[in-house]
Ligand binder design. Structure first.
Ligand code: NCD
Length: 307
């Protein structure tokens, strides 16, 4: 039963509940008209304390395509936060007006705090370098639709594995499926945090390896998940500039990959995938963005209990 729940961490929902969401997303994709009024009279508040294009727009588009309405801010300086209001008070107040909240915040754990004070479901749209569970729903729906399964795959995750919250959430979520192998590709400075390596991968006996060179492993991958080096989380500009171009996926490198490998990326891309790869039939990142809207439609409808 998903009605009334919040989504703060990818493990908040059972595999069964995730399947309910993916099944509903597929129903919406094949018959969007049937769902175009299920949220009539409902309001989504989007509280974005950190910049976003896709996530904010896809939440808003999702709610509007369900017949609901949206209010919110993307510039905290234009809200009472700039007067010193606490997150707890902001969220309590917004709960008086909206039926559901989607929030992005630069601080790790902020979504959890919001959930504690909100009277309505809270969806974590990214909390600092921690988690981003709705991007993971997007990634999983794409994998399920294109690959037909969540099992028996070799998944390469490449780029900023230290600060990339989408990486942390994807690893958590995929750790529950069977017989997957992870190849973690990053410079030494941007390896996955210890808590992910120990609590998720080692504890669950998941096969993984950590490597630095993308070319060496390209041929073994079923999925390549590229990520951006997270500029905004660096303390030191020089270090960012040094690591920024660690990986650039080119058509030349794509020649090393299997014919049915797929390339995913949460976007925005900076220059880690060159534009020439966009025309490769294995490039799925823009379709992935579209799945993101459908899966958020399914999520909102389930949490509001309207379907
Ligand atoms: C991601 C994020 O915000 O963490 N973007 C997104 O939501 N699609 C990835 C990123 O910013 O690199």
């Amino acid at each position: 039963m998903l009605q009334g729940k919040s989504l703060i961490d990818p493990m908040d929902f059972s595999v069964q509940e995730l399947n309910e969401i993916f099944n509903l997303a597929h129903q919406i994709i094949s018959n969007p008209r049937e769902f175009s009024h299920v949220c009539d009279g409902k309001l989504l508040a989007t509280l974005f304390f950190e910049p976003s294009t896709r996530t904010k727009f896809s939440f808003e588009a999702a709610m509007m395509r369900l017949g609901g309405k949206v209010l919110g801010f993307s510039e905290p300086n234009s809200s009472s936060v700039s007067k010193g209001e606490s997150l707890a008070d902001t969220v309590r107040t917004v709960s008086c007006y909206a039926d559901i909240i989607a929030m992005r915040h630069p601080k790790e754990g902020a979504a959890k705090v919001a959930e504690m004070y909100a009277e309505v479901p809270v969806i974590n749209a990214g909390d600092g370098g921690h988690q981003h569970p709705t991007q993971t729903l997007t990634d999983l729906l794409t994998i399920k639709t294109v690959k037909g399964s969540f099992n028996n795959m070799t998944i390469g995750i490449c780029g900023d594995l230290k600060f990339g919250r989408t990486v942390h959430s994807l690893l958590k979520a995929m750790s529950r499926y069977e017989n997957n192998k992870f190849i973690l590709i990053s410079p030494n400075e941007l390896k996955i945090p210890d808590y992910i390596r120990e609590e998720i991968l080692q504890k669950n006996n998941i096969e993984f390896m950590e490597v630095e060179k993308l070319e060496d492993v390209m041929g073994s991958l079923d999925i390549l998940y590229m990520t951006r080096v997270q500029k905004e989380r660096f303390f030191n500009e020089e270090e960012y500039l040094r690591l920024r171009d660690s990986y650039i996926l080119t058509e030349e490198k794509m020649k090393l990959a299997k014919n049915d490998m797929i390339v995913l990326h949460p976007l925005p891309r900076v220059n880690e995938i060159s534009n020439e790869v966009d025309n490769d039939k294995r490039a799925y990142y823009f379709k992935q963005a579209k799945y993101g809207m459908y899966v958020r439609m399914a999520l909102i409808a389930k949490l509001l209990g309207v379907v």
